[in-house]
Design a protein around this ligand. Structure first.
Ligand SMILES: [Zn+2]
Length: 562
């Protein structure tokens, strides 16, 4: 007689993501793993008097969500600083900055971030607004996507940024008609101020990571890939993960993607290897991926495009955006990283960046043969039709942030006019890539946008705005409209797959997670309703909420009153 289950979950419908048994009534758990899945009667057989029995209260049980592209230390630190993510307007932001400044009179710098470009004319905030609420204090506030920062006049002064300062090669200083800086810095220009900031302490990252982990568990997330792990002094998120993994406070399963410094070359790989080795024995933490950022974003015309951006009148400009890494160098880097056994996670938004990334994976394949490392391209906003067929052939995983695939103000006002109708129609080809057999993983890019998988799946399925604003960072600024690019919508089952098995695949965690099957870890999320029984999809998926989250059989979140 085997030992009885430690716990069991009954009273709901389990959507297992196991094709052999898609639905079950109950599951039993022992030593952190699932030991039985099936009918209530069969699971009761595995229970004893000491078994904890959890009731799903008629909800839906799924394998825990896995976020394939997220920045928890950054998001968590911001949650604990001047956090603008719940605001919507310029006035909201200024009120938040004013009260934070008042509450932190001794802070040398006012730091935090999370503003949305749509709150400002042309997407650009100005220093004068900040000066109006903080006087002569220094302020540095990145926006949600971390591609631009809003700074005060004092910050510009400290950095020595004047009308005589040239734009750096990889960025742009926002200016008035006569060239004076106005208080917004894009891409590499942020570094002019960033280098002056007081280094965050290791403690800041540990506290931020814990805050982020609590928040992500409350959304049913049990694992993630951190798309920007650094080990530099002052920004040592690697050390924060190791600290939490070492003392048992890391409850999520995490794959770290080391940050590739684009000013440096392949000499970085040795350091990554040392960190990978250091993390090899850690519990729930591995450092086996490398993140390379190949371009910027469309909204600031820094995404790398095959043809130029348009101006506001629809005429072509001279600007095709930025390739942050020389494409030939990118091929060499990929081959070296692939040979060293690292998965490569590439930020690719524009059609040229996507092509350069695919070319680089192709070069790695030619040099090294098949590696099984599951290199992935994240964001994939504009993909040229000629490149859609290359993903499956190269074994590249498409890592989408589905929350972005609807016509919010950022899309309608700041993106589509400058791409033009033809390229605008090529955005976020989730359906096109799935139909070509490409493995798809989902992630949020939080704190860029909400990490709520229910909101993200809602958009993937409807291509309309998520409903309800429960979480910091929710986008609720959409115009009611027809679905955005309706042909790229996908089925709920496909969205659930991408957020569980799909992300487990890219994290190389699919042997142990991603479905509710005997032998896998009991990483589970309970949702308050069966998503497949929602009639009104437009109101539905994003209105649901997670009531309980479990990792390795331990409850890591429980909704109060549920
Ligand atoms: Zn990101």
């Amino acid at each position: 007689m085997p030992a009885p289950a430690d716990s069991a979950l009954i009273g709901g419908s389990i959507y297992t993501l196991d094709p052999g048994r898609p639905w079950a009534e109950a599951c039993a758990i022992r030593d952190g793993r699932i030991i039985g899945v099936g009918s209530v009667a069969a699971v009761r057989e595995l229970c004893g008097p000491s078994t904890d029995v959890f009731d799903a209260h008629g909800g839906m049980v799924i394998p825990g969500f896995q976020d394939a592209h997220v920045h928890p230390p950054m998001g968590g630190v911001e949650m604990l600083q001047c956090n603008l993510t719940s605001g919507q307007t310029r006035e909201d932001y200024l009120a938040t900055v004013a009260s934070y400044a008042e509450g932190h009179p001794d802070a040398e710098w006012i730091l935090g971030g999370g503003w949305s470009m749509t709150a400002f004319p042309n997407g650009v905030p100005i220093a004068a607004d900040l000066d109006g609420v903080v006087g002569s204090r220094a302020v540095f506030l990145p926006n949600r996507d971390h591609h631009s920062a809003w700074v005060s006049t004092r910050a510009l002064e400290l950095a020595g940024i004047t009308e005589h300062t040239h734009d750096p090669a990889d960025g742009r200083i926002e200016r008035d008609e006569v060239g004076r800086p106005t208080g917004a810095l894009h891409e590499g220009a942020m570094g002019l101020v960033e280098r002056l900031l007081p280094p965050g302490s290791a403690g800041d990252y540990v506290e931020g990571l814990l805050a982020a982990q609590t928040y992500l568990h409350s959304l049913g997330i049990t694992a993630w890939q951190d798309a920007w792990v650094t080990s530099s002094p002052g920004a040592n998120s690697f050390e924060a993960y190791m600290t939490l993994a070492g003392d048992g406070r890391l409850t999520a399963r995490v794959v770290a993607a080391h940050w590739w410094e684009r000013g440096r070359g392949e000499e970085q790989v040795e350091g990554f290897s040392a960190l990978r080795t250091a993390a090899a024995e850690a519990d729930r933490f591995r450092a086996t991926s490398v993140k390379i950022m190949q371009d910027g974003v469309c909204e600031t015309f820094t995404a790398a495009m095959l043809t130029p951006y348009l101006d506001i009148h629809g005429h072509p400009t001279e600007n095709c955006g930025l390739s942050f890494v020389d494409p030939e160098a990118l091929k060499r880097h990929l081959a070296v990283l692939d040979a060293a056994g690292f998965q490569v996670h590439i930020h690719a938004i524009g059609d040229r960046a996507v092509r350069e990334a695919l070319d680089a994976v192709e070069a790695a394949r030619a040099a090294n043969g098949p590696s099984g490392l599951r290199h992935h391209l994240a964001h994939l906003q504009v993909v040229h039709p000629d490149d859609l067929g290359r993903f499956a052939a190269l074994g590249v995983v498409a890592n989408f942030q589905p929350l972005w695939a609807y016509a919010d103000a950022q899309m309608v006002d700041l993106t589509m006019p400058f791409l033009g109708p033809e390229r605008s129609a090529l955005q976020y080809p989730i359906g096109s890539l799935l139909s070509r057999g490409v493995p798809v993983a989902f992630g949020s890019d939080w704190p860029v946008s909400s990490p709520d998988p229910l909101a993200e799946m809602h958009v993937a399925v409807t291509h309309g705005p998520p409903q309800g604003r429960r979480f910091a960072g929710d986008h609720d600024d959409a115009r009611p409209a027809d679905p955005f690019l309706p042909d790229e919508r996908i089925e709920l089952a496909q969205a659930l797959h991408a957020f569980t098995r799909g992300s487990a695949f890219v994290n190389h965690l699919e042997q142990d997670t991603g479905s509710v099957e005997v032998g896998k870890f009991a990483d589970l999320a309970v949702i308050d309703r069966n998503l497949f029984e929602i009639d009104d999809l437009d109101g539905g998926i994003s209105q649901a909420r997670v009531t309980m989250t479990m990792v390795g059989g331990e409850v890591v979140f429980e909704l109060a009153g549920a």
